[in-house]
Each structure stands twice: as C-alpha cells, then as structure tokens.
Design a protein around this ligand. Structure first.
Ligand code: IMP
Ligand code: MG
Length: 174
C-alpha cells in the first residue's frame, strides 16, 4: 500500500477541523453523531479537541459489506441519542458516492434537530452521486480505495495511524 496522508498530516487536518467546528458553534452545546465503524478514530481524536459541552452518539451504517463493492445501506440506531431541539453534527470517515451521508441526514432531519451539519475526513474526487455536500471536508483525495485512520478493507487496517491507498497486491491478501 502507498501512504497518501501521513500521521502528521492527518493530525494537522483534524486540528484544523476542530477550529472550524468551534468557529461555527462557539460554546453552544453540540451533539456529535459518529457513523460506525469508519469514524471511530476521527471521532475519538476530534472530541478531545472540542471544548463546548458535547454529547456523543453513534449510528452503525454499512455499505461495504464485502470488499470494495457498494451494497445496500444498512443503518442500526440502537446507540443513538435523542436529537430533537439539539444542534447535531454527523461525522463520517469518507464521502464517496454520498449515499450514506445523504440517507443518514434525511432520516435524522425527521427527528427535528435545531440544526444538522456533517463533517468528513475525506472526500473522493469525482465520485459523488447526490446533491448534498458535507459542511466540513478535511482532505480531498483522488479516486482510489483507501484504508487506515478508521477506514477498512474487509474489516482490516482501521488501526493504521495514517491513510494509505490500496495497491493491486493488497487486494485479496487479507
Ligand atoms: P458512500 O455512501 O458511497 O459515500 O460511501 C461511504 C462509506 O463507504 C464510508 O462510510 C466508508 O465506510 C465506505 N467507503 C467509501 N470509500 C471507501 C474507501 O476508499 N475505503 C474504505 N471505505 C470506503
Ligand atoms: Mg463507513
């Protein structure tokens, strides 16, 4: 695999994201909803950089249930928080076609939050199939399958502290 964003570069990006989020919400209470499992690392790093009163909930979404092909989206909300009359920020690892975030935001809006925004670590260039754009994007990356910093290939590599592009030799080797 080939490193795209080093640990240092990712750390700087996440710090800037925290500053941008604080400039929008200031010290107002915020509810962060992390999409599992890809956002766990970003979620853990980001919340420790934010100083406003914060609640954290998670939703489990999965579309890549088998390798790199996109499958039907599944959403499990067992660990979700009450969000009516709350300011909500949904966090995900990567904005690819955009269907995951689009569907999640559509469903959460029906729960009457005061506001709802979204933040992603990565956006893949030229892949989007929806109108929605995330409110915060940390890095724009080329159209390659990436792993690390929460992102997986067949449930592997989430623990890598950097973001790397898979190479043909990596596919099928887990
Ligand atoms: P979307 O619905 O196409 O935007 O896909 C979003 C979800 O697909 C993300 O939450 C990721 O879990 C997964 N995904 C998309 N691209 C990649 C990738 O390059 N590596 C790992 N997971 C990916
Ligand atoms: Mg995901």
């Amino acid at each position: 695999m080939k490193v795209l964003l080093s640990e240092e570069v990712v750390r700087h990006g996440v710090r800037k994201l925290a500053v941008d989020i604080e400039s929008v919400y200031q010290d107002r209470p915020l509810t962060i909803v992390g999409l599992m499992t890809g956002s766990i690392v970003l979620l853990a790093d980001l919340i420790r950089l934010l100083k406003m009163p914060l609640r954290v909930g998670v939703l489990q979404t999965s579309s890549y249930r088998d390798g790199t092909e996109r499958q039907q989206l599944q959403i499990n909300s067992d660990l979700m928080l009450e969000i009516s009359d709350r300011e909500v920020l949904v966090i995900d690892d990567i904005f690819d076609t955009g269907h995951t975030l689009n569907e999640v935001l559509f469903r959460l809006r029906q729960l009457n939050p005061t506001s709802i925004r979204s933040a992603v670590l990565l956006r893949k260039s030229g892949r989007q199939e929806v109108e929605l754009q995330p409110d915060f994007v940390v890095f724009e990356i080329p159209d390659q399958f990436v792993v690390g910093y929460g992102l997986d290939y067949c449930d592997q590599y989430r623990n890598l502290p950097f973001v790397a592009a898979l190479e043909p030799a990596d596919i099928g080797s887990v």
